[in-house]
Ligand binder design. Structure first.
Ligand code: ATP
Length: 198
């Protein structure tokens, strides 16, 4: 099974691209979705996170408030590492198990922190969704309540665009419209099917 690691900065179009691959019948594994499931009540990471970060991060319904958690770790390297130490090994294990269960020529694994969190050994190829920062700021701004300054701060905290591209085996350029994106996905889909057969 050929595993394609799909990554890119905030709002680069990872989900949109993953959905397009899914439209071609390609199985998609989403690290964010796994991480979200891990912190729900009765799941293994739930108690550990509350123990580490306190009950203040739990909302009235007993759910971990992921926005609060994000704020707590955003500017604090030590706290972020603490959270990652709880989540990342479990996300890795789950990705590994899910990919073993698949019966397909290849799969796409969406891992926003593929390079930052050193998860490259989970995949055979790295696919980066890339776009100009201005476009990125504009798209993220359009879909959230974040100010332009906040969006730029998040982008600045992420791995540099050139560094991400350095790890790329394939690049999808997402400055244009959805039709252009779909055309690139279709081309890569054919390429990955060929590679999977080799
Ligand atoms: P995040 O990092 O927050 O998980 P993401 O990388 O998954 O984001 P998407 O959610 O796929 O990115 O895209 C970000 C926003 O940009 C969405 O509102 C999406 O609909 C829009 N978008 C993505 N690609 C295009 C495009 N080519 N043309 C217009 N809008 C686009």
């Amino acid at each position: 099974m050929l595993r394609i690691g799909l990554t890119g900065g905030i709002g680069s179009g990872k989900t949109t691209v993953a959905d397009m691959f899914a439209g071609h019948g390609v199985p998609v594994i989403d690290a964010d979705e796994i991480a979200r499931a891990l912190v729900t009540p009765y799941q293994p990471a739930y108690d550990e996170i509350i123990e580490a970060f306190g009950r203040a991060i739990v909302d009235d319904d007993g759910n971990i408030d992921r926005d609060k958690l994000r704020q707590l770790v955003f500017d604090n390297t030590q706290r972020r590492q603490e959270l990652e130490a709880i989540l990342h090994p479990r996300v890795r294990t789950e990705i590994h198990h899910r990919s073993l269960e698949l019966d397909a020529p290849y799969c796409v694994i969406v891992i926003p922190l593929l390079i930052e969190a050193d998860q490259l050994d989970l995949v055979e190829r790295v696919l980066v969704v890339d776009l100009d920062e201005e476009k990125q700021v504009q798209r993220v701004g359009a879909r959230s309540r974040l100010s332009e300054a906040e969006v730029r701060k998040i982008i600045a905290a992420q791995i540099e665009r050139s560094e991400r591209l350095r790890h790329a085996d394939d690049v999808i350029e997402n400055n244009a419209d959805l039709a252009s994106l779909e055309a690139q996905v279709e081309k890569l889909h054919r390429r990955y099917l060929t590679l999977a057969r080799e």
